[in-house]
Design a protein around this ligand. Structure first.
Ligand code: UDP
Length: 315
């Protein structure tokens, strides 16, 4: 298939683009490089440097879109909500209009666990209430709502994948944010010497060790789900699937695993809670396993961290 991958110079987008190229698809990466890296575009893909509002010609002859391009920092979204609504919702609506004009009728969308907000129970199924607690989650949920409407009104075939905590690396493709807010890369930066210590944001949560629990999914397993989702796009339907490992690890457990993998003592400093962090976020990925036959292969946190460490440190 001829596929447009928006945000294909970013972390998850570049891994999916690489897997699509390896599966012999014709891949066009569209990315404005606002947070992505040109050298992350996989060999064999065509690169178009443009924003999603200007997808225009890049959509000619395309069979489906995999849409990753977005602003994705929770904290920034609270400080600059307009930017998140404009980019994530406004940009996606422009992309959907351009797709409609050119007769492109399939889309796989990067949604997020942040659409659920503070969960009532764990693990979280797709039927859980969606009550996002920040503009990032709200803007992604708004796109999911638009996709449902466009499927009903225009016959669009859409699949939203709601990611939990993506981690690890796939060959040379790794997480590289200018402002790093995520736990695993921040912990590993202590081991490389880029940071002196890692902050633990809160130790008074109602969890076994008092720190937040998250569901870490390997980026390669996450990417595989996109290829399955592409095959499952059915015109007139919007399907939503959660993607996680189904197992939770606390911040302290993550730091311990990073110590074991790197052999570095990794000093940790306890700090206050970070605003908007739910205590526990663990996915039920039962639906995608049952309906699309997805199965995560790299489920051990140690293996996920080891891949991230290998890509970061060049070991
Ligand atoms: N966290 C932390 N120190 C950091 C970064 C994150 O203690 O330097 C915590 C954060 O409060 C959350 C968990 O680690 O409970 C995962 O955070 P991350 O930003 O990686 O992902 P999120 O779950 O927010 O999407």
């Amino acid at each position: 298939m001829r596929l447009l991958v928006t945000g294909g110079a970013g972390y998850v987008g570049s891994v999916v683009a690489a897997q699509l190229v390896a599966a012999d698809h014709e891949v066009i990466v569209l990315d404005d490089l606002s947070t992505g890296h040109a050298d992350a575009v996989p060999d064999g893909a065509t690169f178009v440097e443009a924003s999603i509002e200007d997808a225009g010609q890049a959509l000619d002859g395309v069979d489906a879109v995999l849409h990753f391009a977005a602003k994705s920092l929770v904290g920034e979204s609270v400080e600059k909500p307009g930017r998140y609504w404009a980019n994530n919702l406004g940009g996606t609506l422009a992309l959907l209009e351009a797709m409609h004009e050119r007769g492109v009728r399939k889309i796989v969308f990067s949604s997020t666990a942040a659409t659920y907000g503070e969960p009532e129970s764990s693990p979280i199924p797709e039927s859980a209430p969606t009550r996002p607690t920040n503009p990032y989650g709200a803007s992604k949920l708004a796109v999911d709502t638009a996709l449902t409407a466009f499927a009903g009104l225009r016959g669009l075939g859409a699949v939203s994948l709601r990611y939990f905590n993506v981690a690890g690396a796939y060959g040379r493709y790794r997480e590289r944010h200018t402002v790093e807010t995520h736990l695993i890369p921040n912990v590993l930066k202590v081991a490389t010497g880029e940071r002196e210590s890692v902050s633990v944001f809160g130790t008074d949560y109602p969890t076994p060790d008092g720190t937040c629990v998250r569901d870490y999914i390997h980026v390669a397993d996450l990417a595989t789900a996109h290829l399955l989702a592409l095959g499952a796009c059915r015109e007139g339907e919007h399907q939503i699937f959660n993607l996680g490992n189904g197992t939770g690890f606390s911040v302290r457990e993550v730091i311990e695993v990073c110590r074991a993998v790197t052999g570095h003592e990794i000093p940790a400093v306890v700090g206050p809670r970070r605003a908007g962090d739910p205590a526990v976020l663990v996915a039920s990925s039962e639906r995608i396993q049952r309906e699309l036959g997805w199965k995560p292969e790299r489920t051990e946190l140690r293996d996920i961290v080891a891949d991230a460490w290998e890509a970061l440190s060049g070991i």
